[in-house]
Design a protein around this ligand. Structure first.
Ligand code: NAP
Length: 286
């Protein structure tokens, strides 16, 4: 058993496999999730569980958060009954959610008032790389904080990059998810266009994946498109969030506006809880 006591708040699609990897690496792990049912997989695997964020903070040395969005993260960190109500000086909090760079800097400032260090460390990669410990971790931090966290980040990812001060991880994350959105919409539009002209999606996806236009994300989403079934790995509502974050962070390029409009319209059509690849269903009907 490793001596550092690790805490984890947020056991959704990503948080659960990531927290399991911390446990498997031999750390003492305590978890907290708002919906208690989602703690069961972790407690069955040997993690402790607490009933409040304050308790989590008072019990741990380093706490990770993997939560849906900026509002959730601010709420979980709050100093009334959130993490910052229970922290001790010298602790380290690491937020791995995808949020605005501004939110990461705000959280770091809040932590500083409690003499707590903070790292923004969002991830590139979805549920499968999370399970395999092969995420790419995009960190913004003071160097000494990054170095302290690095052995644990290495349990979660195949690569942990220190990109600059707090906020840099979130800046890199909103940029990479812009490319993710473009890839997904381009894949959907290409398959639908080919089908309109009598080329089956099976044939079109073979052409894409066997040639230079095939890439990791297209290969990953190919089985879902072939089955026309989109259970959420990365929920469509989250790419809407991330494209809005990119816009707020200054993205103003020819493709950015129509991309956000498409995913927003797909979410408004009821596809927000499905995987982002479900945008193909929206595009097929419009
Ligand atoms: P998810 O499955 O929807 O899980 C969200 C988590 O946030 C749940 O544990 C949820 O708790 C918690 N939460 C939400 N609002 C809360 C609040 N106000 N107070 C306390 N807890 C709250 O999301 P996910 O797919 O794991 O994604 C998590 C983050 O990683 C998001 O920022 C997402 O953009 C990013 N991300 C996702 C992927 C992916 O492929 N899924 C990849 C890279 C990055 P409850 O269970 O109680 O609702």
């Amino acid at each position: 058993m490793k001596t550092l006591k690790i805490g984890w708040a947020g056991l959704g699609n990503m948080g659960t496999p990531m927290a399991l990897n911390i446990l498997k690496a031999g750390y003492e792990l305590t978890v907290y999730n708002r919906n208690k049912n989602k703690e069961q997989e972790l407690t069955a695997a040997g993690a402790g569980a607490v009933n409040s964020l304050q308790e989590l903070a008072s019990h741990c040395d380093i706490i990770f958060t993997m939560l849906s969005d900026d509002t959730a993260v601010k709420s979980v960190y709050n100093e009334n009954d959130g993490l910052l109500s229970g922290t001790k000086a010298g602790m380290l909090l690491i937020d791995m959610s995808t949020v605005a760079p501004e939110t990461s800097r705000y959280l770091a400032a809040q932590c500083k008032t409690k003499q707590v260090a903070f790292i923004d460390a969002p991830v590139s990669g979805s549920v499968q790389p999370a399970k395999e410990g092969k995420l790419i971790i995009l960190a913004g931090a003071e160097l000494q904080d990054f170095e302290k966290a690095k052995p644990i980040l290495d349990v979660l990812g195949k690569l942990a990059l220190h990109l600059g001060p707090v906020g840099a991880g979130s800046s890199a994350k909103v940029a990479i998810n812009y490319l993710l959105g473009i890839n997904i919409q381009a894949m959907a539009e290409t398959v639908l266009f080919a089908e309109q002209n009598g080329i089956s999606k099976e044939d079109m996806l073979t052409i894409i994946n066997e040639g230079a236009c095939g890439n990791g994300i297209i290969k990953l989403k190919t089985p879902a498109v072939l089955a026309d079934n989109y259970p959420p790995a990365f929920a469509l509502k989250y790419i809407v969030k991330d494209l809005k974050l990119a816009k707020e962070a200054g993205l103003k390029s020819p493709l950015s506006e129509p991309l956000l409009n498409t995913f927003e319209a797909a979410a408004a059509d009821g596809l927000g809880e499905e995987d982002l690849m479900a945008v193909i269903k929206y595009l097929k009907q419009h």
